[in-house]
Design a protein around this ligand. Structure first.
Ligand code: FMN
Length: 171
């Protein structure tokens, strides 16, 4: 038996994962970013092969992860999570800083960020699991709480679109 409701008992946060450089940057909303080791500190990001950002991470060998706060707007989730950088310039109108590797870091509606250099890439079928070693981490706003996937679903009534690893295809 497979009860898909069980999958909603897995906890996640919500992030904007970015890559590229000053001339062309891009990012996508992700709920599948997590720390995988402590020494050195490494993070995994599961990125759909169809996401434009996957190309940018492959090219630059680096990515940033911005942690969305609980009151993050549907506009920012819509821009980074439902539109592709092939159609719009997502950096246009965004507050961005450029990290030590040159990748963009989105600051809007975020409370912290980390920057990673890719040390391994695992092909998991529809997605690439980028493993990045953390080279920088900063808190932007200590007063707000991070947005969780549960809060996004329950309170904001949001869901995972097709490219997200947590998109549910029921038979
Ligand atoms: C709540 C939410 C969670 C998502 N999680 C992921 C994820 O973990 N991995 C992924 O590849 N796409 C995820 N997506 C989908 C991408 O954000 C979306 O396909 C985006 O438009 C890709 O942008 P790009 O083509 O400009 O890179 C998620 C979207 C939303 C709204």
């Amino acid at each position: 038996m497979i009860n898909y409701e069980a999958l909603f008992k897995i906890s996640y946060g919500l992030y904007i994962v970015c890559s590229g450089d000053r001339s062309k940057g891009n990012g996508y909303v992700s709920n599948t970013v997590f720390q995988v080791t402590s020494t050195p500190p490494c993070f995994a990001a599961s990125c759909n092969k169809d996401n434009l950002t996957a190309e940018f991470i492959k090219e630059t060998g680096a990515f940033s992860v911005s942690v969305l706060h609980q009151d993050a707007s549907s506009e920012i989730i819509g821009k980074f999570g439902y539109k592709s950088g092939t159609d719009i310039d997502k950096m246009d109108g965004s507050q961005v800083l450029y990290g030590d590797t040159g990748v963009p870091v989105v600051l809007d509606e975020c409370i912290a960020f980390i920057e990673c250099k890719v040390v391994n890439t695992i092909d998991v079928g529809t997605h690439l699991l980028f493993i990045g070693e953390m080279i920088r981490a900063e808190v932007i706003d200590d007063a707000k709480d991070p947005l969780t996937y549960l809060y996004y679903r329950r309170v904001k009534k949001g869901f995972s679109p097709k490219n997200a690893p947590t998109y549910i295809v029921e038979p």
